[in-house]
Write a protein that binds this ligand. Structure first.
Ligand code: FAD
Length: 305
């Protein structure tokens, strides 16, 4: 119920204006994002890579409405990839891209063209791109664009969301040689017709999808903070004889940092998803919706003012 309310608020421009101007916002936002500038993101990336973690950088922004906005976001990615390459942070750091930020909702061809330019820049910088997955109305389009990009840039990563009923079938399609697939639970408010609604059903689907990916031929990227799913991931790695460099765990910046270091200390590849930029509202609201403790953190910040 609370999750639904917060996710609904994440789509409201009125609530967005209220939250953005609230005095507490800075502290809360800085827990989850690296900062607003590219320099902030590079600084955080350097620290994380220095402590043995891999990174995927997300330039915040989604649902752009003009070609100029979409092109500006593509330019941000190109500049960031050049900076990462120049700083010797590749291939440890890659980038995550939301196609809706590149115009997918009004011009799919434009989104493909811009994503392709980001793949070219990533390849020149010696690293890769992962296409984030957004709400279910975009899944087919995102997987189609992924398939086209992978013809020339086969390491382009996909994201599949365990809460969608279709995802087991998508995992089977994508568990092929050379394919990189991030498996997450899913962060959007989705109707029962397309998505499991109970946490238990989502978790069970996650395990079924994980089994398909870990027993397949691709490179699974297990994105979760859930201790039980992480333990099952470690178990499946042993069961399917996957060495620590044949799959990875992924966690969000600011979430369970001790666990990030513990897993890395065990020898696993651990990639931290690091968002940066000014357009943080939708991202932060999805994080608040995921976990009541994040809301408590939010409330404490209000009280302390
Ligand atoms: P949850 O069900 O949120 O939490 C399960 C358990 O994990 C909790 O009970 C608790 O024990 C532990 N836990 C969770 N958060 C915390 C915390 N802050 N502190 C301590 N313990 C905690 N979603 C998309 O829809 N598209 C994407 O492209 C996408 N990319 C992602 C990339 C990465 C690297 C990650 C980690 C997530 C991504 N997500 C994406 C978000 C994802 O779908 C989930 O919404 C999010 O990860 C929360 O699910 P969870 O698996 O962590 O489990």
């Amino acid at each position: 119920m609370l999750r639904s309310v917060i996710l609904a608020a994440s789509r409201s421009s009125r609530v967005e204006r209220l939250v953005e101007t609230a005095p507490l916002t800075r502290d809360v936002v800085h827990r989850f994002i690296a900062g607003v500038t590219a320099d902030d993101a590079l600084h955080t990336t350097r620290d994380l890579v220095g402590s043995g973690l891999a990174v995927t950088l997300d330039h915040l922004g989604e649902d752009t409405v003009t070609p100029d906005q979409a092109t500006a976001i593509k330019d941000e990615y190109l500049a960031m990839l050049a900076a990462l390459g120049g700083a010797g942070l590749t291939p440890a750091a890659e980038v995550s891209v939301k196609l809706s930020a590149l115009g997918q909702k009004f011009d799919e061809q434009l989104a493909y063209d811009l994503a392709r330019q980001i793949c070219v820049a990533a390849s020149n910088a010696g690293t890769t791109v992962t296409l984030d997955m957004e709400d279910h109305t975009t899944t087919d389009s995102t997987l189609e664009i992924l398939a086209k990009l992978r013809l020339d840039y086969p390491t382009t990563g996909a994201v599949l969301q365990a809460y969608l009923r279709r995802t087991e079938a998508d995992c089977r399609e994508l568990a092929t040689l050379g394919s990189r697939v991030r498996l997450c639970k899913g962060a959007y408010k989705e109707p029962e017709s397309v998505a499991f609604q109970s946490a238990l059903d989502v978790d069970k689907s996650y395990v079924r999808c994980m089994n398909i990916l870990m027993s397949g031929e691709g490179y699974p990227m297990l994105a979760t903070h859930d201790p039980r799913l992480i333990a099952i991931g470690e178990d499946r790695a042993r069961w399917f004889d996957r060495s620590p460099d044949a799959f990875e765990f992924q966690l969000l910046h600011g979430v369970r940092p001790d666990e990030q270091l513990r897993l890395s200390g065990e020898g696993y590849t651990v990639r931290v998803y690091v968002p940066y930029g000014t357009d943080w509202y939708g991202y932060m609201m999805r994080r608040l919706a995921e976990r009541p403790a994040n809301l408590l953190f939010f409330a404490r910040a209000v009280k302390s003012r």
